[in-house]
Design a protein around this ligand. Structure first.
Ligand code: ATP
Ligand code: MG
Length: 568
């Protein structure tokens, strides 16, 4: 296609609202424009990338035996009330009423709608397994939409739902999707890792997230340096320590710690290492209040805490609540004499002796506090974030941490939805059984954004070949008839050779064209100019390496075939 026929509004300056590389480059390269917070219009180049990713997804889903359908974006409240998610989903669910005052929402995910279809249309185990997918616009009223397509409110997702007559079948369906995802992200040209994941609002028993590894990722991945273990930090298990401090117990002693609230301040003031202090965090579960003990050099994991307490979300108590509970300002809470709350502690606290803890009095801590003698812990659990160097909870090796972007997630749901919606089938014996389900999502726009986070330089995007908006950017750099004719011939040859070509037919200076080409990031650039043509060559540049070769126009297609299969 010709540049003059496409709207490609490239920007020279960095847009101020863009905080991440992919957001900045998507705006600058003219791929997207914001319509409202978290809501974008895909411009022609952006849409080409989206369609390519969708096509790869479609091919691999079909290959894995899934069938495509398309569900509505608006769904009636009744279905969501059946599963309880009308209330449970909270504000992310965008609700509205139609003219008859009936409640609806915009689908953030489609378990309810597909399970309703299934229970009405499928009767027998003989029809299973079934796996339905769609590629469709989702709406989630995210509290903080940001980073462009990475976390939008309206976004395109591929979602799939499998139905089996038993657990073993469901596991096979899950594995097929896991394998399909592996092929999809490999084919997109991305460096990624599948990691064990928490199941969050979707629910279920087993789940993996597919993480594109990139510095700017919002998620942290913990993986073993010697075995296959890999997990989202939210989920990564920490083994209880095996060492127990056998120091003799010393006397409980209050010490003044003026204005020392944080672990750093207290331990610096007392000249002790942070690992000798235990911090006491007061948490609210919505139902009640708990005190959580964590070693000073460790970080509490709120997902683990919520799971232990069997609630969806936990929040640090407000300072007023802390004050009325402990009688002291925030920063001095401790387990000694703490009235009437459940105290839970991370495993690491178990073997510790002679702790430093808050004294529930302003500007005061206790030295040499000891469990059982001075305070009681109701329950020990794995409550902290894994750290680099921790032993891998399964398999050999120790853990390394890396940043990742979640582009897809697969869930083994079990009967969570079929039970609440009574989606049954008749088994071999003619008895009713709940269908066993799985669900599987991929963020299409987020995958495009993640590809840019992983593939760019200071000049612009470097698209992996399979998802590039165009394979070749054809750049005539003089206005002469010779160049125009040679360019037109090359354009036809390249199209005939199966390449997608963007022909910069504008009367702009070479510098402008080169800058735009580097920004837009087609993997290969072909520069046509009078000087080269006089020598019988054009210049072929590989965007990623910057390597340029002088090639006879008649050899260009052959040369690009080799390049596209290898370096680009
Ligand atoms: P996150 O934890 O990032 O909010 P999620 O776990 O809630 O995402 P899922 O329900 O697993 O998301 O949705 C499947 C996929 O849809 C995600 O893996 C992600 O790629 C994509 N996705 C989810 N929320 C958004 C969003 N707000 N904007 C763009 N893509 C999204
Ligand atoms: Mg997810």
């Amino acid at each position: 296609m010709k540049t003059s026929q496409l709207l490609i509004p490239t920007l020279r300056e960095d847009p101020v609202e863009a905080e991440t590389v992919s957001h900045r480059l998507m705006l600058r390269a003219g791929l997207i424009r914001k319509t409202a917070a978290g809501i974008y219009t895909y411009l022609p180049l952006g849409l080409r990338v989206i369609r390519k990713i969708e096509q790869i997804i479609r091919e691999e889903m079909n290959r894995a035996g899934a069938q495509e359908l398309l569900m509505p974006i608006a769904s009636p409240a009744e279905l969501w009330k059946e599963t309880g998610r009308w209330d449970y989903y909270g504000k992310e669910l965008l609700r509205f009423k139609d003219r008859h005052e009936r409640d609806f929402c915009l689908g953030p995910t489609h378990e309810e709608v597909i399970t309703d279809l299934f229970r009405r249309e499928v009767r027998s185990y003989r029809q299973l397994p079934l796996n339905f997918y769609q590629i469709q616009t989702k709406f989630r009223d995210e509290i903080r939409p940001r980073f462009g397509l990475m976390r939008g409110r309206e976004f395109i997702m591929k979602d799939a739902y499998s139905f089996d007559s038993d657990e073993a079948g469901a596991r096979t369906s899950y594995q097929k999707m896991y394998d399909a995802y592996t092929r999809i992200f490999t084919r997109c040209g991305l460096t990624f890792r599948a990691v064990e994941a928490d199941t969050g609002l979707i629910g279920g028993d087993v789940s993996h997230e597919f993480m594109v590894l990139a510095e700017t990722g919002e998620a942290t991945v913990a993986y073993s340096d010697q075995s296959a273990y890999a997990a989202n930090l939210e989920r990564a298990e920490v083994l209880p320590p095996t060492d127990i401090d056998d120091a003799p117990l010393r006397h409980l002693t209050p010490v003044t710690t003026p204005q020392c609230r944080t672990v750093e301040e207290v331990t610096a003031f007392l000249k002790i290492p942070p690992r000798q202090l235990v911090k006491t965090l007061i948490y609210n579960t919505g139902k009640d209040t708990v005190a959580v003990l964590i070693r000073g050099d460790h970080e509490l994991n709120e997902v683990k805490l919520a799971r232990l307490l069997q609630v969806t979300e936990v929040r640090l108590a407000e300072s007023e609540a802390v004050k009325s509970l402990t009688g002291a300002p925030v920063g001095f809470a401790g387990p000694v004499g703490l009235p009437g709350v459940r105290i839970v502690a991370d495993h690491a606290v178990h073997g510790m002796k002679n702790l430093v803890v808050g004294a529930n009095r302003a500007d005061t801590h206790y030295m040499d506090a000891n469990q059982d003698r001075d305070f009681k812990i109701d329950q020990f659990a794995d409550l902290r974030n894994a750290q680099a160097g921790d032993p891998s909870p399964r398999g050999a090796g120790s853990l390394t941490l890396a940043k990742g972007i979640e582009v897809g997630q697969v869930f083994l749901l079990g009967t969570k939805y079929s039970k609440s919606m009574n989606a049954t089938i008749l088994d071999e014996k003619g008895q009713e059984r709940l269908a066993v389900m799985g669900c599987y999502g991929i963020g299409v726009g987020r995958t495009a954004a993640a590809a840019i986070e992983q593939n760019h330089d200071d000049k612009g995007i470097i698209w992996p070949f399979p998802i590039a908006p165009f394979h070749v950017h054809l750049l005539p750099v003089s206005q002469s008839t010779t160049t125009a004719e040679a360019t037109a011939r090359l354009y036809e040859d390249l199209l005939a050779g199966g390449f997608e070509v963007l022909w910069d037919d504008r009367n702009d200076r070479a510098g402008v064209k080169f800058n735009d080409a580097d920004l837009i990031g087609a993997p290969i650039q072909v520069v046509v100019g009078d000087k080269g043509l006089a020598d019988g060559v054009v210049e072929v540049k590989v965007r990623r390496s910057g390597v340029k070769s002088r090639i006879a126009p008649s050899d260009v297609v052959h040369h690009l075939r080799i390049l596209s299969a290898t370096t680009a």
